[in-house]
Structure formats: C-alpha cells, structure tokens
Write a protein that binds this ligand. Structure first.
Ligand code: HSE
Length: 438
C-alpha cells in the first residue's frame, strides 16, 4: 500500500555517506550527532552516517565517527551498499566531486552537495540525471551558506514572478570592505584577518576577484528566473581596486561600498554581474556586517524579501546541508531548478556595458591648470552629466577628484574615462563604481 504523502516511504534509518571531512563535513557529522533526536523526529526516521571518504583517516577532527566505513576513494561511496544517499562537501567544479555526483545519480542515490562551482557549471546536466532517475539533487549550502535561500525562493516564493535578485554573496569580501570601513584597515590587513578566521577560499582570488560570488549568483538566477544556469554570462569584477580612500569618499557621499551580485531581467534578457557598487548607507545591504551574506529578491506579489545570515563556517553550512538531508529522508523533493530541465528558459544575455545609472568616479590627477577643464570636456563629449565633484589634496603635484554622475549609460562614462586615460591628466588608472538605485 502506498503510504500517505506526509509519511516517508520508509521509517528505517536513512544511511548517508559523506565525501569530505573538512570544516563543513565535520560540521555535518557534529550536527547530525548533537541534534540526532530532534532531526529523527522531524525527518520521521533516524539519519545515520554509515560511510565517509577523506584522505586522512588518522586526523583528529573532534567528531565521533564510531564504526563508519572509510573510503579513500570518494566515488566508492556511490556504490557502497550501506549508503542510501550521498553528501558531497569536497568542492571543485570538476574532478572527484563531479565524478561522485554522476556515479551517485547513476546508482539511483539522492545527492546533496554544498558545491557551488560544480552546480554553477554542471547543475543542468546533474539535474537532468536526477530527474530521469526521479531522485533528489539538493544544494542549499551552495548559495549563501546557512541562509535557506534556495528553499525560500524555490519553494516559498515560487508563486511570484521575480524581476531582480541581488545581494552580498561573499563573506570574505564583505568582511574586508566592512573592516576597511569600520576599523580603517588596509585591504591587505583585512584580507589577512579574513583568512586567519577561515572565511576565505583556499585560493583567496576566488573570493576577492568575485569568482565565488559569480557561481552563487548563477545558481540563484536560475532558481529565480526558472532559467538555465549561465555562469559564463556573469560579468565579474572583484574588490582589489577599492582603496581606503574610496570607502571614505563613499561614506562622505552617504554610501557604502559592497561587492554586489546582481541578476535582473531586462526586456526578456538576463543581466548578471558581480562587482563592487555603492549602495545607499540606509539600504539594508549597507548594514550587513562582517562576513555575513544577504540576499534581496523582489517578487511581484510578495514584494521585497531580505534574507541575512552566515554565508560560511562549519555550523551554518552544516545547517543547510542537513536541511537537505532531512528533505531526502522525508522524500520531499522536486525539480532542482524549479521545473524540469527541459522546460527551463535559455535566456539571452543583457548587455552589462549599457546599464544606465549613476556612477562614482575616482581620479588621481596632476594638479595643474586645465585638468578640471579636460575632465569636464571628456564628460561633455561623452554626453555624461556631472552631479557633483569634489577635489581634495594638491600635495606633491597630485590631487584626488571624486565625481558623481547623473544617470548615464555605463559605456558613455567608460568612454570618457578612456579618453582621459589617453591624455596626461591622470596619474593613476581611474576607478568607476556603479551607484545602485535599489
Ligand atoms: N569563501 C566563501 C565566502 C565562503 O567568503 O563567502 C563559502 O562560500
């Protein structure tokens, strides 16, 4: 007899195999152990770790692994007869993680992952396999760590047309920018602190160059717009060029600098970018402190949703991974990206170069007669109207000029800056940051 839908198909324990026992994997084991009774009640059945795969079986991780089976080869978890569902927290778009995902789905085993790079790159193919086998593919922890954003948008907001989703998707960058802001740290000192605290990826370039956020954005956009992931369509710029001076000038103008990940529908095309932007100091994103993440989604019936929480760390990430495992235990799943892969839209890319809005421009100029006129002429010739201009300094023959433009086509402003860069007015490359109207 088919059980009623609110009862899991089986009440015997769900046996899971975990690939990767780093910070997140150990956190998953600890959470499943500490909250075992509560989780069993909520899932309707116990969840047991029966196998793990990690390179070093001797390392003390401070967790109780009891009598679990150890595999050196993670892919072996897929075919372990004592594993019903596989959890992957190794990371990396390809390699072992992808092999394990493919092998698990081929073996008919639900697959839970925290792997943003893999889902951004291969999410469509994996979702198609999961769909064909009618099993779960879950990746809550891949976007914004502990914030249940996939669940909120895929399920809670699924009745809405979402026009725009944006936010702070990289905790390391937010930590750096807010530390520069509140404690006047240099970029390098703030990065070193983020690394010491364990927020940064093994390669910090993934964080500070915006790559990590672009993976998360591509996944979010696919969920929000029921579209195929297009990570190559995300225009990415990191935060290396942001100086303490920019943070101070933005503050004086009433703004905060944040690494913003933005996905927006524009006349049927998808605009996706990750780049440092100015947001009004009073916007909720201006208040997101330290390594937290935040996501804003605008739905046509629900209005503006704002979700904030820890985007990294063993506890928050384990919370998201285990929520997915509980869904698997309850047999609660559906199409990974809101609808069957074949029904997802392949959206054309909107042209990020022609986004219209205000810009913040920082120039280091030679402090000589005529420089202001040259700047004004370059702006005029490009059809860019200046809203405000501040000049500071003038010591050592150089001055700092900060301009705010009226809403203009980004390409026009960049054109004016290219013209200036070809002359001898500038003594350093110019910086333009969009000012977001949110
Ligand atoms: N390195 C990431 C961040 C953490 O700083 O947000 C997990 O995605």
């Amino acid at each position: 007899m088919t059980p009623p839908p609110h009862v899991p198909q089986s009440t015997r324990p769900l046996r899971i195999g975990i690939a990767g026992l780093g910070t997140v994997g150990s956190g998953v084991v600890r959470l499943l152990d500490e909250n075992a009774a509560l989780i069993a009640r909520r899932a309707g059945r116990a969840i047991e770790v029966t196998a793990v795969a990690a390179r070093d079986a001797t390392r003390d991780r401070g967790i109780n692994l009891g009598a679990v089976r150890w595999h050196r080869d993670a892919v072996a978890l897929a075919n372990d007869p004592d594993v019903d569902a596989v959890v992957e927290v190794i990371g990396g778009a390809d390699g072992v993680a992808l092999e394990l995902a493919q092998a698990s789905l081929a073996a008919g085993k639900p697959f839970v992952t925290a792997n943003k790079a893999m889902i951004a790159a291969h999410g469509m193919a994996l979702a198609a396999r999961a769909e064909a086998a009618d099993i779960a593919l879950k990746f809550e922890a891949a976007v914004a760590g502990g914030i249940p954003v996939i669940k909120a948008l895929r399920e809670g907001a699924s009745a809405n047309r979402i026009e725009r989703v944006y936010g702070i998707l990289n905790g390391t960058c937010n930590f750096i920018l807010t530390a520069m802001e509140s404690r006047a740290l240099s970029f390098d000192a703030a990065l070193a602190e983020a690394q010491a605290l364990g927020y940064a990826e093994a390669d910090p370039g993934f964080d500070i160059d915006g790559v990590d956020a672009s993976h998360k954005l591509a996944i979010l956009a696919a969920i929000c717009f029921s579209a195929r992931t297009d990570v190559a369509g995300v225009t990415v710029e990191g935060i290396r060029a942001i100086s303490a001076e920019d943070i101070k000038e933005a503050d004086a103008l009433g703004y905060r600098i944040r690494l913003i990940a933005m996905a927006e529908m524009q006349n049927g095309a998808l605009l996706q970018y990750v780049r440092p932007c100015l947001v009004a100091a009073e916007h909720p994103l201006g208040y997101v402190p330290g390594c937290l993440n935040a996501v804003v989604a605008e739905g046509n019936f629900v209005g503006r949703l704002f979700l904030e929480g820890a985007g990294a760390g063993d506890g928050p990430t384990a919370s998201a991974v285990v929520a997915d495992i509980i869904d698997v235990a309850r047999d609660e799943y559906g199409p990974a990206f809101t609808m069957a892969v074949g029904a997802l839209d392949a959206l054309p890319r909107a042209d990020v170069g022609h986004v219209v809005g205000k810009s913040y421009i920082r120039l280091h100029v030679a402090d000589r007669t005529g420089v202001l006129a040259e700047i004004a002429i370059a702006m005029r010739d490009a059809g860019v109207s200046v809203e405000s201009l501040i000049q500071r300094g003038g010591t050592g023959g150089e001055a700092l000029i900060v301009l705010v433009t009226h809403a203009s086509d980004a390409a026009a402003v960049d054109g004016a800056l290219d013209t200036l860069a070809q002359g001898d007015a500038l003594v350093a490359p110019p910086l333009r940051l969009p000012i977001l109207a949110l």
